[in-house]
Design a protein around this ligand. Sequence first.
Ligand SMILES: [Zn+2]
Ligand SMILES: [Zn+2]
Length: 349
Amino acid sequence: MCTLKQNFDQQVVVKSMHSLYLAGPGDVSLKEGAAARAPEQNEVKIKLIYGGICGSDIGVYKGKISHAAYPITPGHELLGMVVEKGKDVAIPVGTRVVIQPNSYCDECEQCQKGNTNLCLYKKSLGVNTDGGFAEEFTISAKYILPVPDELPDERAVLIEPFAVVVHALKHVNITGETSVAVIGCGTEGQLAIALAAHLGAAITAIDINEAKLSDVQAYGSIQTYTPASVPAEAKFDVVIEAAGVSQAVEQAVDIVKPGGKVVLIGLTAEATLPILKIVRNEIAIHGSIIYNFPADFAQSVDYLIHPDFVIDPVIAEIVPLHEYERAYEKAAAGQCAKIILNFKEDSRP
Ligand SMILES: [Zn+2]
Ligand SMILES: [Zn+2]
């Protein structure tokens, strides 16, 4: 009789494997190297299924993230399968898992408070430590979360980027009575629209790109504007900034109601804000960075597991690994939402 474990052992007897390699800004290639090392007692070896290309991956690719370290293996939105495990790991071989790609120490003041997203010693896969765009890699089991069988791969790969939005919207209370504006309709903006729509809010989407404004109609009846065409009288209870440019932050404060809340998800270095207006109108501005683990990931799964939760339109294309250059170019062009790299056997080089 052949156990599942033995099956996987037979499948993963590989002497080498492919991984993406970013030698420096703009210089991405696929390299063949040694197979991932055997896991230590608290580690697992993961065989990758899908890898989502994120805005921060494109930031590293374009040389726009100051703390990026080159050369580096990119990638942090990772869905894979456990193919080997250390003796202290309870999660069985053969389990589909998603990766939490930001390390945390468990010991600093922020970790003690449960704010793993603010860990003083945080490192981010694919930005300042090697990421997971590889056929296989070895990682601490602390950073994996099993994916329920009901969740197809195409939704499971969205658990991590969607957890960003789940966390961000915890700063505000959205109900069927709330008017919400989302500025920036890339992946995170669309995920925010999907969640706000699910919560019953009246949603306005704002983007400079008309094609993205028509894409968001997939999430329901959404009012759309380009930034310049927002009517002067249009004001909102909650404004979510997901464009990552200073003008969007400034517009967010401009269009929020007195007593309203602005949530900043985009990574903008600076903006000029009318402090007197913010004080007099009691406008709250919440910065929000990634998520806490495992709470926000678990909640992300709880939403995604409902088949009626509309999120699939956020995936613009699933591209086979051997077409990685086209995938990076398409993602870097910024004209669409999520590009997923397919690492399944038949998509490999
Ligand atoms: Zn990401
Ligand atoms: Zn810490």
